[in-house]
Design a protein around this ligand. Structure first.
Ligand code: FE2
Ligand code: FE2
Length: 252
């Protein structure tokens, strides 16, 4: 995909670079990039809620749901829409929704998509979002969970795929193989994870490397089948397809 200077950008390399740094340096994003995403990214209220949402998910034994996950989903959602040629405003809305999608965990796990959307509304108003931008972002936050979500539009679809693709060892807080926690086992087993948009007719591919001494590929599907189903539906919304490659074996 050509960038604004007409240079060819290797998106695969660019995204792989992000995934190689599970804990992103907050200074990575320059202040000159003034945008609705940067307003959200730099907002102290949102940062505090992300930290508290992460504390709450830790308290119920869930994997990491804080700043790392928020930024990962934000960047991946933006990457998907950017790669598929969507407008800058749509890319930015996807980045914002990705960053804020799990803030509802400050109320508890139940319906955290919808509670998060309600929490986000006054914040986005304070940050000067247009009504269109607010509606798009709130819809994406409110529909990101596979239990009740629907990929309403391209932004929502990109956030769903980005969220469901964040499976990685770095999300496990303190691994204990004796705990028999299948979510921790599968996440810990995932030593490499990359989402790629590629091809003449672009398709989405999630490439995973699973160390089978910690979890089997079957265990991955045991807990993540619903996530893969909603990712496939989301890819259809984006007029593309979703492919999964685990340990170099393609499952499409
Ligand atoms: Fe969530
Ligand atoms: Fe999430």
């Amino acid at each position: 995909m050509p960038d604004s200077d007409g240079q060819e950008v290797d998106m695969r390399k660019r995204y792989a670079l992000l995934l190689d740094h599970p804990y992103h340096d907050r200074r990575d994003i320059p202040d000159s990039e003034k945008s609705i995403f940067i307003r959200v990214y730099n907002d102290d209220e949102i940062r505090e809620y992300l930290d508290m949402a992460d504390e709450n998910t830790a308290a119920i034994g869930y994997t990491e749901h804080g700043f790392r996950h928020a930024l990962q989903v934000s960047q991946a959602a933006g990457y998907i829409l950017e790669s598929l040629g969507h407008s800058e405003e749509q890319v930015e809305c996807a980045r914002v929704a990705g960053f804020m999608h799990d803030v509802g965990n400050i109320f508890g796990r139940m319906a955290h998509g919808q509670t998060g959307a309600m929490l986000a509304y006054p914040i986005l108003t304070r940050l000067g979002f247009t009504n269109y931008q607010k509606a798009i972002v709130l819809g994406a936050i409110g529909n990101h969970e596979e239990e009740y979500g629907t990929p309403l539009n391209s932004i929502c679809a990109a956030v769903i795929i980005a969220d469901k693709s964040d499976v990685h060892r770095s999300r496990v807080r303190k691994y204990d193989p004796r705990a028999n926690d299948i979510h921790d086992d599968v996440n810990y087993a995932c030593v490499k994870s990359g989402l790629v948009v590629d091809g003449d007719i672009p398709k989405l591919t999630l490439e995973l490397e699973i160390d089978t001494q910690f979890a089997s590929v079957m265990q991955y599907f045991e807990i993540f089948l619903d996530r893969m189903v909603i990712s496939r539906k989301a890819a259809e919304k984006l007029s593309t397809s979703f492919e999964l490659i685990i340990n170099h074996v393609t499952l499409s």
